[in-house]
Design a protein around this ligand. Structure first.
Ligand SMILES: [Zn+2]
Length: 294
């Protein structure tokens, strides 16, 4: 009985989660929760749209879990799919994270594996009827990789499309978000991420550990002129923490997740009814197969 206090809110939380994960057709949006027959129905209800929330397993300062990006991206996907139905892919944590290899807990797969994993995941989703794939990135270190992956979709023809969600300014909540932000420096594992994790579940934030390490910019390559180098991040933030955060703010976390989720839902809605990307791809490959036109 000593765990009752923990157990009851957990039960309530689960009930809320289950309610959020269903819709009028009573279909869960989490792919791993669908039976095989229900999955077939989900493909139809989703209009073939699948969201892959991409996280990573890496250090998040001294105070957040290794799977922070996975939690954040999936929470955004769940909130979006509850607004506009789409299938949400199971936990996906294969990505680019070489820059955290000096810190305990980073799972840094090879470039070959991260590429093949995503390529084959998309192909398998397509084979199962999910032909409109949204990459929802929760991990900053994936940015270049995912943009390149999208560019590489034009290397050879396939019967599916891949789009990378690009968040924009939330016109409705921008002022409140700005008013709630207190940190002067907010990057990896900083005020925004800590607040999102605090909103998802306060137990994820170890506030006592927050001050154990510095998240300030060490500026050890600030004299390098006109150049990019892979070691730039380590030069600036060797603790794999970029922030001067003091305390998390639950409302800020809620607004940030809600803002992204609203935009993802809008993207899902658009892709369900619009086939311009497929049509352009088909036209492109037809021309690419015979560019001279003879
Ligand atoms: Zn993160």
């Amino acid at each position: 009985m000593k765990n009752l206090k923990v157990f009851l809110p957990a039960l309530f939380f689960s009930a809320v989660l289950i309610a959020q994960q269903t819709n009028q057709a009573n279909l869960p949006f989490k792919m791993e929760d669908l039976s095989s027959p229900k999955f077939a129905k989900a493909v139809t209800l989703s209009g073939g749209v699948c969201i892959i929330p991409l996280g990573i397993i890496e250090k998040h300062g001294p105070h957040l879990p290794l799977g922070t990006d996975l939690y954040e991206a999936r929470e955004i996907a769940f909130t979006a799919a509850a607004k506009e139905y789409a299938v949400v892919f199971p936990p996906y944590y294969v990505g680019q994270i070489f820059e955290a290899k000096h810190q305990p807990g980073a799972i840094a797969y090879s470039t070959e594996l991260m590429w093949k994993m995503l390529e084959e995941t998309c192909a398998e989703l397509s084979r199962n009827g999910l032909k409109k794939i949204i990459l929802l990135n929760g991990h900053g270190g994936n940015t270049s990789f995912l943009q390149y992956f999208c560019q590489a979709q034009l290397a050879k023809q396939q019967d599916y499309i891949v789009v990378l969600f690009q968040p924009g300014t939330d016109q409705v909540n921008a002022a409140e978000i700005k008013s709630l932000k207190k940190a002067n420096l907010d990057g990896h594992a900083g005020e925004e991420e800590t607040s999102m994790m605090y909103f998802i579940n306060p137990v994820f934030v170890d506030q006592d550990a927050l001050k154990n390490e510095s998240g300030l910019d060490q500026a050890r390559l600030s004299k390098l002129p006109f150049a990019y180098t892979g070691i730039w991040w380590y030069a600036r933030y060797p603790n794999h923490f970029a922030s001067d955060i003091d305390t998390p703010n639950k409302r800020l976390g809620e607004l940030l997740i809600g803002s992204d989720a609203g935009q993802v839902a809008e993207l899902v809605r658009f892709l369900k009814k619009d086939n311009t990307i497929q049509q352009l791809q088909e036209e492109f490959f037809k021309r690419a197969g015979n560019p001279v036109g003879k």
